[in-house]
Design a protein around this ligand. Structure first.
Ligand SMILES: [Zn+2]
Length: 276
């Protein structure tokens, strides 16, 4: 299918924000072909594009005219994986709800709303040549491919999560399933510091994997869950390119800041071509 897709109907989710602990309601609604994925809060429309990112500490925050929406990455990943190019996302609160800490509940809501093809061809950003893009502690390797493939390599010092790498083609249902169910994670020491600073109020041991120096504070759903979550974050941040990507991306020691910088660079430097 080369037509843009939107949601067939509106669906609503409610939950608690991961960082703020605030109760939040989100309405996912159909949007016209070519409008893209757009957040709306307090009447302000904020396109889900890299140039609208205002903060990348702990999560990805979009903003415009002083209005912000935090923690957009898991929903954006779910929309990208479902092939939803156009959607209006109305947020009643400061950030998106944490839900399961992953993207399965977002995907279930999208599937329940249904997906509707529209009368316009979608925009494809083609990666034309292999590229090696270092960025601080992170590195990206890009290569041409017919479809989008995303890989994440993590190396977390003083934990058991050393030199782990996962990923694959995002249109492979087995890869998408791994991405969607991978919960967020953090270091035990970081989680304590965040909560002392009034952050991560909506986090719980059901919605986050906590790494200790010699293992895990709570069970993982399956091995490599933290690396898969890093790949999920990468998919969500690459959604900020605002086009479907034809090519492979490997992020080594990635994070939201570097992911978003890559998305902005792809928008600036490589341009977009309409798929015939
Ligand atoms: Zn995440």
């Amino acid at each position: 299918m080369t037509r843009t897709c939107t949601l067939a109907t509106t669906c609503t989710l409610t939950g608690v924000g991961l960082h703020s602990g605030a109760d939040v309601r989100v309405d996912l609604s159909p949007a016209p072909a070519g409008s893209g994925r757009v957040f709306v809060r307090d009447g302000v429309a904020i396109p889900a594009l890299a140039e609208y990112v205002t903060d990348t500490r702990r999560c990805t925050t979009l903003g415009r005219d002083g209005v912000t929406v935090r923690t957009v990455e898991h929903l954006l990943a779910a929309l990208l994986l479902a092939g939803v190019d156009d959607a209006t996302i109305t947020v009643h609160g400061p950030e998106l709800p944490a839900l399961d800490g992953a993207a399965l509940q977002w995907r279930a809501a999208i599937d329940a709303a249904g997906i509707q093809a529209q009368g316009r061809e979608y925009v494809v950003l083609t990666l034309p040549a292999p590229a090696w893009v270092p960025d601080g502690d992170s590195e990206f390797f890009l290569w041409p491919a017919d479809t989008c493939a995303v890989y994440a390599a993590i190396d977390v010092p003083d934990t058991v999560e050393r030199r782990r790498m996962v990923g694959g083609a995002v249109d492979d249902p087995a890869v998408a399933a791994q991405l969607l169910r991978a919960r967020t994670w953090g270091l035990e020491s970081e989680v304590r510091a965040l909560q002392a600073a009034g952050l991560a109020r909506g986090a719980s041991l059901d919605t986050a994997v906590v790494l200790t120096p010699d293992g895990y504070l709570n069970p993982r759903v399956w091995p490599d869950e933290p690396a898969w979550h890093k790949a999920l974050d990468l998919v969500g941040d690459l959604a900020l390119v605002g086009a479907r990507i034809a090519g492979g991306v490997l992020a080594v020691r990635g994070g939201h800041r570097a992911h978003v910088a890559l998305a902005a660079r792809l928008r600036r430097e490589m341009g977009c071509t309409i798929q015939e």
